[in-house]
Design a protein. Structure first.
Lengths: 350, 161
């Protein structure tokens, strides 16, 4: 295949894009089912088990219900922005996934500045939340939208700073390169993962990712107790479904980024990375990535059903007074260690 | 005036006391404890709920469900139409019309004995008021019906329960 060959520049990327899009869209119903079952187990309930075998068709029933619900627009709503808002949440989440390598050099769009593209695009989803809140012509929606914007702006800073620390250690913004650098030959190669190399950055990123995806304990934007449904109070039917999908895809994208940046991405310490991978190697790497992704998604659900929602001032305090100074310190420390050539790895006994 | 100043000073004192920042505790340890707790529940998986229409819970003793009228050993209704249950009923849901009893051991028996189950508050006062032990509350709790008329139980229905 040469660069002039249309299979190289059009067919292959299109195929990858379609496959990855379809797979992500099909993870969402699975994730919803997974979340409902796990939440039931955490609360000593049984969970959905009536529709289909062990309730597996429950998400399908939900989709049918949402499709046939009346799709209403409130009086006085700004119609076009009201219609645009769900798409503005949904589209960035899907787009951002394009740069995440799901297998050995396997991603929809492979360009050098993957991380920066991802941060830029995923930051766009705040427009969807703010527009949705504003266009609904409802005080609760507006408050939810405002909270969402304030929250995402504050946590984006901490997230960006923690990522910069990773980029410094990796000396690259190419996600595949970052994954390759986290690989080590033996079991102790696990320590090459950025989770252990940059634990502070990992924790900050994790907390900021929860806030970015509006998941509990940071779902102030749709705080049911005070704001009815927050920014999506007025949304019904398919528009609500698209908001919902956007939120879940955002969760998948953030987990994918977390896996890539901190958990070794598609690599495992015991499995050597081939220079010219065969189909089997790529398939294996996709499986490794998926397992890590699912584990992280489980963690998301687990945390959601454990922790109560933060108060708004607590949220802002954690963001501005804890996470941002901590990530700045971490950044400075990483920079100094890099320049001085200090190695903070745990010394091996042999 | 001086008195008032002292009071407001005291007020200020209280205010500064309460607005003083509390000792800050870290979230980290409680969060980890909580996560361990919920994970234990996921792994244990002992639901407290049951599959309702298939599995039914046996009501606790003393549960107050639907009423029934009892019969004596000869198969006659025990009720002597004394109206004590209807008098005791706080919801006025019992309607009794008496007639002369054909038996020697009592003077009256109910010709009509209706209970409006939609009005009944299932308090059990009728059961307590009854001197003949003729009415009682059963543990039957799943009692749906399609019309309100069906929920007015007459004597035959109450005796058959």
């Amino acid at each position: 295949m040469t660069t002039a060959d249309p299979t190289f520049w059009f067919v292959m990327p299109a195929l990858k894009a379609v496959i990855i899009l379809v797979v992500i869209l099909h993870i969402v119903p699975g994730l919803v089912y997974f979340e409902r079952r796990i939440s039931a187990w955490i609360q000593d309930r049984i969970g959905p088990n009536r529709v289909g075998p062990v309730g597996l068709l429950q998400p399908l029933a939900d989709v049918i219900k949402l499709t046939f619900k009346e799709d209403l627009t409130p009086q006085g709503a700004d119609k076009w922005i009201y219609r645009l808002a769900p798409l503005l949440v949904y589209a960035p989440a899907v787009l951002a996934f394009a740069v995440i390598p799901v297998g050995i050099d396997l991603q929809v769009a492979s360009f050098g500045v993957g991380v920066i593209f991802l941060l830029t695009i995923s930051g766009f989803s705040v427009f969807g939340l703010a527009f949705g809140g504003w266009a609904s012509n409802n005080k609760y929606s507006l408050l939810g939208g405002l909270r969402a914007s304030a929250q995402m702006i504050s946590y984006e800073v901490a997230m960006g700073l923690s990522i910069i620390a990773i980029l410094m250690t990796a000396q690259s913004v190419d996600l595949n390169e970052i994954v390759r650098q986290q690989w080590g030959a033996t079991t102790l190669g696990l320590l090459e993962w950025n989770l252990f190399q940059q634990p502070i950055a990992a924790v900050i990123f994790l907390i900021a990712a929860f806030a970015e995806t509006n998941r509990l304990p940071f779902d102030l934007a749709e705080c049911e107790a005070e704001l009815v449904g927050g920014f999506h109070t007025e949304y019904s039917g398919l528009k609500f479904a698209i908001f919902f999908m956007g939120e879940y895809i955002g969760m998948i994208t953030m987990s994918g980024l977390m896996v890539t940046m901190f958990l070794g991405g598609w690599s495992l310490p015991w499995i050597e990375i081939p220079t010219s991978p065969t189909f089997g190697d790529v398939a294996l790497s996709v499986v490794i990535f998926t397992v890590k992704l699912v584990a992280l998604l489980f963690f998301y659900i687990w945390v959601r059903w454990t922790l109560p929602r933060f108060r708004y001032d607590q949220l802002m305090n954690i963001g501005w007074k804890v996470l941002i100074p901590l990530s700045l310190l971490n950044l400075g420390f990483t920079a100094i260690s890099g320049v001085m050539g200090w190695n903070w790895l745990i010394p091996l006994p042999w | 005036m001086a008195n008032k100043d002292a009071a407001s000073e005291k007020q200020d004192e209280i205010r500064t006391e309460t607005t003083e920042p509390r000792k800050k505790a870290s979230f980290a340890l409680p969060v980890i404890k909580g996560l361990a707790n919920t994970l234990a529940h996921v792994l244990r998986r002992e639901p407290n709920t049951i599959h309702y229409p298939e599995e039914k819970r046996t009501p606790y003793p003393g549960y107050r469900g639907e009423h029934r009228l009892k019969r004596d050993e000869l198969g006659r209704e025990k009720c002597t139409a004394c109206f004590l249950c209807a008098t005791a009923c706080p919801a006025f849901c019992i309607e009794i019309v008496a007639e002369e009893a054909p038996w020697d051991d009592r003077e009256k028996r109910p010709r009509i004995f209706n209970i409006d189950m939609m009005r009944c508050i299932y308090c059990g006062m009728c059961e307590e008021a009854c001197p003949c032990d003729a009415i009682e509350l059963t543990p039957i709790y799943n009692i749906p019906s399609r019309t309100r008329g069906e929920k007015i139980y007459d004597k035959e229905k109450l005796l058959s329960l």
